[in-house]
Design a protein around this ligand. Structure first.
Ligand SMILES: [Ca+2]
Ligand SMILES: [Ca+2]
Length: 809
């Protein structure tokens, strides 16, 4: 079966853009090592190049104060097994979102965790030597536990591979992964007391408290178990639910002794331990041969499926072969967008950003199509005639703000993933009757209590990605926009009925950060968001011929006007009596606006931007926006050099978070596209950095690839303020940072083979677009249709140091 499917893959595509069937490929590797050459041809983007794209990626960029899932080098794109060192993961985080896990500023490591997703973390392995310690210890005193000091110079982080020397123990630790299996290679010094600790029952990253756990050293040598956790966002959006992670591991060496532990309490000779705090250890004599390999199958459904994932993907796979395959896959997926020329630093930012975009939102289903259902049991994804699941299921943070980055990138370069993501969301809809937004193990974990899943579906449909249950997708999208009754907290938009009946959600200060059917503490941003997603759904309805719905949704899309204060020319929250709130300070955050302020959110009318501009007045709009960026530049386009996720919420513009990421593109609609060209380039050069602290701003709130994907889009010269939600979606061209960008299109979805963007006179000083040629013909607008790109072709962009005022909208 494996071979047949593999051959279909091989023959169905004449170029590299194929739908990856990870376990099938891994399976082929196991059964037919001689096909290695063929798979490398299949996945090699352009093998004749001098260097690898993965060499541009530096996963350590921006790791100071980063989210739990941010630094996971030993992983496949969109994988389930995401292995990474943790420096402070066991501390957890109080509200489920604060930076925890791996921090560039820390100097000791407390082991290697396998699961890294939004609201999901756990299963830690830690190798040590000497006296057995079963608690991680603290950063201030590495000797207080099994953690070890390390030097950055002795650390390697690449897509698909990580290694470090644990100084305190002189252990070389290496990690890699298949989609669902983690592989470890530990080189110990010669000693009678080499330990491998399995800390299963520990809180880890965003896991929340551990509810229960179990670990067993079975007679056949397998180490297996599970850990059930209660993450903070599950508590908010689906109270009572838990998330369980399962594993099944094999170690290739007989221990001389073993035992279990519960926190600091050790039970030598025991083979089983259960409850929060449960762990196990093996002790080896490494005097003759010091390498110990561990392979760990993972699953969200059962130990049996973790074992099955292990057998399917890695039973006979060596560490080196796994690493090679992981890195070939990264090379191939990164190679969907090949950039050449420009500054090396820009290429580093580009591929590191693309790496983060491809890392986010990992697999939640097993090789056999089993997946965790919302209500806690195990579901089954349908299989095709070859026994392969027809799609995968994924964990995902909410897509709040992701229409200005991820959906544009997915639609262009990874439509097969976009399609899977939709099918994945529809599994939850089919089961519960509501679209989730953020889902972890199918549990509702909406990040901010809103819901843009319908908008994302509408975008995919408009871009021609339609291989999912379209009638169901429409039903779900419509309900997401138009139904407030019976809405569970996990579906977000609890105040949508207010928007539907009053035209806006009233600001209720007593709610703080909460939302109820009566209103919200974030009522104004909700009103703007619901108007935007109604517009996207209206276009979707129109295309499907649902004209009455299209009209209603289109009229709802105008509801942004209910909050427009003509006197201040700003969007301003209204109270329950319909009055604009007073006092009102446009820069004060959190008062009616999620993670932002009125100054930032006034521009949140991407779908009716032309009307907003005329309402504000074109000149005022342009002056105000230009001044915003002049001022913002002094704060590095966010919160300055303050290392904090929300350092920029009070600012005039905040590139460090989602709500206003389209603002630099707005000049494309206000008659001054050269200012979009200038500011987007400047943000690429100055907000983004290439070290641990200055990566995505300073410290950051990068959410599963959003800020990385923004850089990818802006630096290749394509960005859509409207998030590809219009009837005829398209991009606005901005000045590319590279001499040449080659986009490899997926043959399953698009007619074209490649779309090439060639930049003439590219230099630091040449910020502005002088002229554009599409397939040899001069064009006089910066608007480029999505359809023209995916048909394949060539865009020639000539740059200059002076704005071309003839080249407008
Ligand atoms: Ca220690
Ligand atoms: Ca964020």
């Amino acid at each position: 079966m494996c071979i047949r499917v593999f051959l279909q893959l091989w023959t169905s595509s004449t170029r590299q853009a194929v739908r990856p069937r990870w376990h099938v490929i891994a399976c082929v590797l196991v059964i037919l090592p001689s096909l290695l050459v063929a798979t490398s041809q299949l996945f090699a983007a352009e093998p004749d190049r001098d260097h690898r794209l993965i060499d541009y990626v530096d996963p350590r960029i921006g790791t100071a104060h980063s989210r739990w899932f941010f630094f996971t080098p030993a992983a496949m794109p969109f994988g389930m097994a995401k292995l990474a060192p943790t420096t402070d993961g066991h501390l957890g985080n109080p509200s489920g979102w604060e930076a925890v896990g791996y921090d560039a500023r820390h100097t000791s490591i407390e082991g290697f965790a396998h699961f890294h997703e939004f609201q999901i973390g756990g299963v830690v392995f830690a190798p040590t030597v000497g006296e057995l310690q079963t608690v991680p210890g603290n950063l201030e005193d590495p000797d207080s536990g099994y953690r070890s000091r390390f030097d950055k110079q002795e650390e390697t982080a690449e897509p698909g591979y990580y290694s470090v020397r644990l100084k305190d123990y002189d252990i070389q630790a290496e990690l890699t992964a298949t989609p669902r299996v983690g592989l470890h290679r530990y080189t110990y010094p010669g000693t009678e007391q080499a330990h491998l600790i399995f800390n299963v029952g520990t809180r880890m990253g965003e896991s929340g408290p551990v509810v229960d756990a179990s670990v067993t050293y079975a007679d056949d040598g397998r180490i297996e178990g599970w850990v059930a956790t209660r993450p903070a966002y599950v508590d908010i959006y689906q109270p009572g639910a838990t998330i369980t992670m399962y594993f099944s591991a094999r170690v290739d060496r007989e221990p001389t002794s073993y035992g279990t532990f519960d926190g600091a309490q050790v039970f030598a000779g025991r083979r089983e331990q259960s409850g929060a705090g449960a762990g196990l250890y093996l002790t080896f004599d490494t005097r003759e041969e010091s390498i110990v390999h561990a392979k760990v199958g993972l699953s969200y459904t059962s130990v049996a499926n973790a074992r099955m994932n292990f057998e399917q993907e890695a039973r006979d796979l060596t560490f080196d072969n796994a690493r090679a395959e992981a890195q070939r896959t990264w090379e191939s997926l990164l190679g969907r967008v090949r950039v050449e020329g420009g500054a090396r630093e820009a290429r580093v930012k580009f591929y590191t950003g693309l790496f983060h975009a491809l890392l986010g939102r990992g697999l939640a289903s097993d090789c056999n199509g089993s997946y965790p259902k919302n209500e806690g049991t195990v579901g089954q994804i349908p299989l095709d005639e070859t026994g392969t699941p027809v799609h995968n299921h994924y964990n995902t943070d909410a897509v709040w703000g992701a229409f200005w980055n991820l959906s544009q990138l997915w639609a262009l370069a990874y439509p097969e993933y976009y399609s899977d993501w939709i099918s994945s969301q529809l599994l939850v809809y089919r089961e519960t009757g509501w679209l989730g937004d953020g889902i972890a193990c199918s549990r509702y974990v909406s990040g901010v209590g809103t819901n843009f899943t319908g908008l994302f579906i509408a975008t995919a449909y408009k871009c021609g990605i339609r291989d999912y249950d379209v009638p169901l997708a429409w039903e779900a999208t419509r309900k997401n926009e138009l139904e407030g009754r019976g809405r569970p907290a996990g579906a977000g938009k609890l105040d949508v009925d207010q928007f539907l009946t009053r035209g806006y959600s009233p600001y209720l200060p007593e709610l703080g950060y909460q939302t109820t059917p009566e209103g919200s503490g974030f009522a104004a941003s909700h009103t703007l968001e619901y108007a935007f997603s109604a517009s996207a759904a209206a276009q979707f309805a129109k295309q499907l011929g649902h004209h009455a719905d299209a009209e209603r949704l289109s009229s709802l899309a105008d509801n942004w006007t209910t909050l427009f204060d003509d006197e201040r020319r700003l969007v301003r929250p209204r109270d329950q009596q319909g009055r604009f709130i007073t006092p009102f300070d446009p820069l004060t955050p959190w008062i009616g606006f999620q993670e932002g302020n009125a100054q930032q959110y006034t521009q949140y009318v991407p779908h009716r931007i032309e009307q907003l501009i005329s309402r504000v007045g074109r000149d005022t709009f342009n002056d105000r926006l230009d001044q915003t960026f002049v001022r913002s530049r002094a704060d590095v386009f966010g919160g300055g050099k303050t290392i904090d996720a929300f350092a920029g919420v009070r600012a005039v513009y905040n590139h460090g978070n989602q709500p206003s990421l389209h603002m630099p593109g707005l000049f494309n609609f206000s008659g001054k596209p050269w200012l979009s060209q200038k500011w987007m380039r400047t943000i690429c050069d100055e907000f983004y950095g290439i070290d641990g602290i200055h990566g995505y701003g300073y410290g950051q709130d990068e959410d599963q690839g959003q800020l990385g994907a923004w850089y990818v889009m802006a630096s290749m010269g394509l960005f859509d303020v409207k998030g590809l939600t219009t009837e005829e979606p398209g991009f606005q061209v901005v000045s590319p940072l590279f001499d040449r960008v080659t986009l490899h299109l997926n043959a399953k979805y698009y007619e074209g083979d490649t779309f090439v963007i060639e930049t003439k006179n590219n230099s630091k000083a040449n910020t502005y677009i002088h002229s554009l040629h599409l397939n040899g013909e001069s064009i006089t607008s910066i608007q480029l249709r999505f359809a023209d790109i995916v048909r394949g072709g060539r865009l020639r962009v000539e740059l200059t140091d002076e704005p071309n005022r003839q080249l407008v909208d």
